[in-house]
Design a protein around this ligand. Structure first.
Ligand code: NAD
Length: 340
């Protein structure tokens, strides 16, 4: 356990149990140098406590890097609630978790993640103020989409030598909360947009409303385009799909797009520029963190738009030094997190 913490330079891992509600939860705090740790709360079954712990640790570390490069005065943390086989009272379970958060006195601020909803955050809010993404706080997805749009513009500058997105061929995978909002923004900018989703209804809607082109889910990787935009699940960039890609760059919202660190080098070797996922998709984090601090909506949009200039600097350094954008981003984040 301590070895795992040392490897990931973790600050603290808290374990909580509540007999009455059956709650078993982990709050992993990676780094609070820049401010209190903020990160989502997962609610899912785990095969073992070890698996839940390693998930919490890995994800908390990712949040520190994301917050650092988003320019937030916020640390990285993540919570995992191990979903029991049977839950008598979900609201009571999340209220109990709210008391756990409150016991950390503001060291950790929670948010929605896989398996949790804004309604669950409302239950947590009964017990603590250290919670974002409640029903009242609003949906971060449009802000994530805005940040990704800025990242796509940055990629068009770096790779296509083009300031605007007019005529840029986009292959967008996943028309969920982020993907659909992004499709609207891209069409408004004059991009040539093709879309794909496992849900045929979402594709039909986009074709009807936005006049985008439909592509079968199985054909997205080999579909020729300028920029491939993954907005579905993570893990889509592996040796097989990377070899199929026929694009100049990858810039999308999905978390953990690379199946492993070697995938960044494979993209590099193929001359495909990659926008590190945690940099380009930070708009949602900026929204929840800054809303929680009471920052005005116009100022939040301004901060989200800065994702474009952050990526400009990463792409320029990557091209100048012949190192992958992922490596450059990690080094930039570590320079912020561990500066003497
Ligand atoms: P969502 O669940 O609303 O949408 C995902 C969509 O992708 C669904 O419509 C699903 O059918 C589709 N999809 C899944 N696999 C696919 C495939 N192989 N081919 C085509 N379509 C596929 O999720 P979302 O909130 O839009 O988030 C999208 C991604 O962005 C996720 O990876 C999420 O973790 C990440 N992300 C989201 C936010 C946010 O603000 N919502 C912030 C940061 C990162």
């Amino acid at each position: 356990m301590f070895a795992a913490m040392r490897t990931d330079r973790m600050q603290a891992v808290h374990l909580f149990a509540d007999e009455q509600t059956g709650l078993e939860a982990i709050i992993a705090i990676h780094n609070t140098r820049l401010g209190p740790a903020l990160g989502g709360c997962r609610y899912m079954p785990y095969a073992s406590t070890e698996q839940a712990l390693s998930d919490a640790i890995r994800l908390a570390r990712g949040m520190s890097y994301k917050a650092a490069l988003a320019g937030l005065e916020q640390g990285g943390g993540k919570a995992v609630i191990i979903r029991p086989a049977h839950v008598a009272n979900r609201a009571a379970l999340f209220e109990a978790f709210g008391r756990c958060i409150e016991s950390l006195r503001g060291g950790y601020i929670t948010a929605v993640d896989s398996g949790t909803s804004s309604e669950d955050m409302d239950c947590i809010a009964q017990q603590t103020g250290h919670v974002t993404s409640t029903t009242q706080a609003g949906d971060p997805s449009p802000h994530t989409a805005l940040g990704v749009l800025m990242g796509i513009r940055s990629m068009a500058r770096a790779k296509l030598g083009q300031e605007d997105l007019g005529g840029v061929r986009i292959m967008l995978q996943g028309l969920g909360n982020v993907g659909y909002a992004l499709a609207e923004l891209l069409v408004a900018e004059g991009a040539d947009v093709a879309v794909s989703d496992l849900d045929a209804g979402k594709v039909r809607l986009a074709v009807d409303e936005l006049a985008v082109k439909p592509v079968a889910a199985s054909a997205v990787y080999e579909s020729p385009c300028d920029i491939f935009v993954p907005c579905g699940l993570g893990g889509v960039l592996d040796p097989v799909t990377i070899n199929q890609l026929r694009c100049a760059g990858v810039a999308g919202a999905a978390n953990n797009q690379l199946v492993n660190a070697a995938a960044a080098d494979l993209l590099d070797a193929r001359g495909i520029l990659y926008a590190p996922d945690y940099v380009i998709n930070a708009g949602g984090l900026l929204y929840v963190a800054l809303t929680h601090r009471g920052v005005a909506p116009g100022d939040i949009a301004h901060r989200v738009k800065l994702i474009g200039s952050r990526l400009d600097s990463i792409f320029n350094q990557s091209i100048a030094e012949g190192r992958s954008p992922s490596e450059i981003a990690d080094h930039q984040a570590e320079a912020i997190l561990y500066a003497e």
